[in-house]
Design a protein around this ligand. Sequence first.
Ligand code: ADP
Length: 524
Amino acid sequence: MVLPPGMDQADFNKAAEAFRRIVGDQWVFLGDQLTGYEDPFPVTSKESSRASIAVAPENVEQVQAVLKAANEFKFPLWPISTGRNIVFGGASPAMTGTGILDLKRMNRILEVNEENGYALVEPGVSYFDLYNHLQENNINLWIDSPSPGWGSPMGNTLERGMGYTPYGDHLMMQCGMEVVLPDGDVVRTGMGGVPDSKMWQLFKYGFGPYVDGMFTQASYGVVTKMGVWLMPKPPGYRPYMVTFEREDDLEQIIDIIRPLRLSTLIPNAAVLCNNLLDLAITTTRDEIYTGKGPIPPSVHKKINAEHKLGMWNFFGGLYGPPDMMEVQWKYIRDAFSQVKGAKFYGADDRKGDPAFEYRAQAMQGIPHLTEFSVLNWYGPGGGHIDLTLLSPVTGKDAVTQYQMQREYGEKVGYDYLGEFIVGWRDMHHINFMIFNHTDEEDRKRVYDLYERLTIDSGKLGYAAYRAHTKFQNLVRDQFAYNDYAMNRLQMKLKETLDPNGIMAPGKAGLWPEQYKQFGKGRIS
Ligand code: ADP
């Protein structure tokens, strides 16, 4: 049992009682009932991010009332939607003792508009829920799901997550929010500010300062409704894979991808991944190599041949009428053919290949849980924390990041399993840092590696787009321009909107005055 820092048991009990009166006894959780809110892959220890209580309101009015009580008792609360943000801390808070504001009961799909291609959802709606709803009602719209797909459009969009279809940038495809501010006021953003607006889910920007982004990766409010644009089901879909033989092909591949993506000949958030990430879907490291140190090139060669893989493997999708896809394919194929040894595959060529099949699903927005298989790479106890650096879509940057991450990892005994997800003008370089989360030594090793990579990449101008709760201060500290001017601005907003510091202390490394001892890092 933990308490919020600085709070005594008597005040805690009073607050818990107030929460019970609002949401009902059965929707306030304590003690053993809180195990579901623990970080499944802790990098320090489970104790370091334990919640004191969880409160699950049923509707907006209850959220307002819970926040009112939280202000009264100065009780810190961490909002979650489905709490599946597992690589980044799961449902657990950044600060031990924070309560969880669990929004799972608010799980209505309020509207799906097929004509205009959008849905309006509450926090507890998962990708599977939305996908099933569209299927069951024969609605010709696709969702865009991250990997794995058990989380929510709300939580993932608020974390600025990615999927793999042409609608892969989730925040770009978000339109209109309803937010309960820390003082209980309810705001509808964008055109939602107009009573009975006909445009809330159709036009993002509204009038005056555009505020939606302020509620993402933030602690400025609880988002209770969100508009999500959905892609009309295209008349045709063709997933494809291109394999590249040599590790050194990376620079050329990325420089080929850039103009194709900028011109939208590659229309989706396509992925370039290394061979080990693909292999880890079906294989464990021991099945490939039991020696010490990095897997030797001869072994890579052998397993790549066996699995029809390259050192790098590109997965893309074509969408549209068949004749249009055929023309696009010609340009894409010609471009990648410049890389010596490039091989091309369609769905028929990769039948029965789980690594291809789950990517093909992801690129048409079918949620799946396949990617969990990679956790078995080193054996039982596998977890991962992803290093999520952003990279320009240029070969040189990709090579710099890749080499650094591979070398640093190998030095301390880890393989590089990674992918570049190609956005509009950036790549999300995801390094799946797999480790044994049940082993204290391994946790320390991966923690140190993440820290060193973040700091040294920062010196080269690279930073992460998202981070585990235990690394929020570290990543915040990379944004140091003009003596941390951005942090000062974010803190001014924080102090104005949340003067009692009740909302998600530590999110994005923003710490209210009373908890500022936890903001340890370069700027506190
Ligand atoms: P998912 O289950 O969809 O992967 P989570 O529910 O774990 O996502 O949410 C991810 C993070 O986003 C949370 O830790 C929290 O910081 C933030 N968040 C989630 N839902 C809300 C919300 N409704 N309002 C404000 N912030 C939220």
